[in-house]
Design a protein around this ligand. Structure first.
Ligand SMILES: [Fe+2]
Length: 296
């Protein structure tokens, strides 16, 4: 994803209210449903053994393998029964305060469009496949579902202290690119990893990236890349630990002490880190995506 889509001012389409919700889900053509099915099959060829158990079970609980872009009404009914969440359609990336408000009310905003053949491998804006396949299965896990709500609440506070960048890093390193320990193995639960073709292998198996146990304070001081594979992934012990670290942290105090800019580079290992694997950073040193370096 190019950086400017996250920083460009968002223009609300005239037909939407202040909640930014589309009145109804898009009508997808059979070609669109076929794109979903191909993306689904591509991911399922790499995710078993690399994705978190909670994710694989979530796919199953929501019957996401039934084929085609899921219908949000039915999906929300099933999700509501499990954890009280729903999935709501939005036209594009939405402003932070609206996004936080939906999360705090256990609504997950999902893109109301699907990528085209031309953008099959690389899309700028998160589409329905990224949002629903990548994020929604995790919302079937009760503890993770509570974490997402807490994150939404923390967002309002971050805005008050002008520390959205720091909270954005927490989202990035957990919800989008998080890893979890399962026995002696790491597995992916972040949607950015789970919805793309390359990063599952890289994040879980490659020698290049660092894997460091997550510490909320440390992560919120760490820079991140949005248009390439991560030089560092943060690993949680359990969703209960992630939830606990987030709700028990006094965000008022944290935000007051955080500098406005990030303290740590995204490839840094610092002396307080509990390191699972220290990466070679080979991919980054070869120049990353721009140089055509092979990730794994
Ligand atoms: Fe996402």
């Amino acid at each position: 994803m190019s950086a400017d889509i996250f920083t460009a001012p968002l223009q609300k389409p005239a037909h939407l209210g202040s909640d930014w919700l589309e009145p109804k889900q898009a009508d997808y053509s059979s070609a669109d449903h076929a794109i979903w099915d191909e993306l689904f099959a591509r991911q399922m060829a790499v995710l078993p053994g690399r994705a978190a158990t909670a994710f694989i079970e979530g796919l199953d609980k929501l019957d996401l393998s039934r084929g085609g872009v899921p219908e949000f009404g039915r999906l929300s009914e099933e999700l509501d029964r499990l954890t009280g969440w729903s999935v709501v359609p939005v036209p594009m990336l939405i402003p932070d305060h609206v996004f936080f408000w939906h999360l705090a009310n256990r609504r997950f905003p999902a893109g109301n469009f699907i990528r085209t053949r031309e953008t099959f491998d690389y899309i700028q804006e998160p589409d329905v496949f990224h949002d629903v396949f990548g994020h929604v299965p995790m919302l079937t896990d009760p503890t993770y579902a509570d974490y997402m709500q807490e994150y939404g609440k923390a967002g309002w506070k971050a805005m008050k202290y002008n520390r959205l960048k720091a909270l954005g890093a927490l989202y990035w390193y957990t919800v989008e690119f998080g890893l979890i320990m399962e026995g002696d193995d790491v597995r992916a639960y972040g949607a950015g990893i789970l919805s793309g073709p390359t990063e599952a292998k890289f994040a879980v198996e490659a020698e290049s990236p660092n894997r460091i146990m997550l510490n909320v304070d440390r992560v919120m001081r760490t820079d991140y890349v949005i248009d390439d594979l991560q030089p560092t992934y943060f690993v949680i012990e359990s969703f209960a630990d992630l939830f606990k670290q987030t709700v028990e942290r006094d965000f008022d105090r944290l935000y007051k002490n955080l500098p406005p800019a990030f303290t740590y580079a995204n490839s840094a290992v610092i002396d307080v880190d509990y390191v699972v694997n220290r990466g070679t950073q080979e991919y980054l040193l070869r120049g990353g995506r721009g140089s055509g370096a092979k990730p794994v």
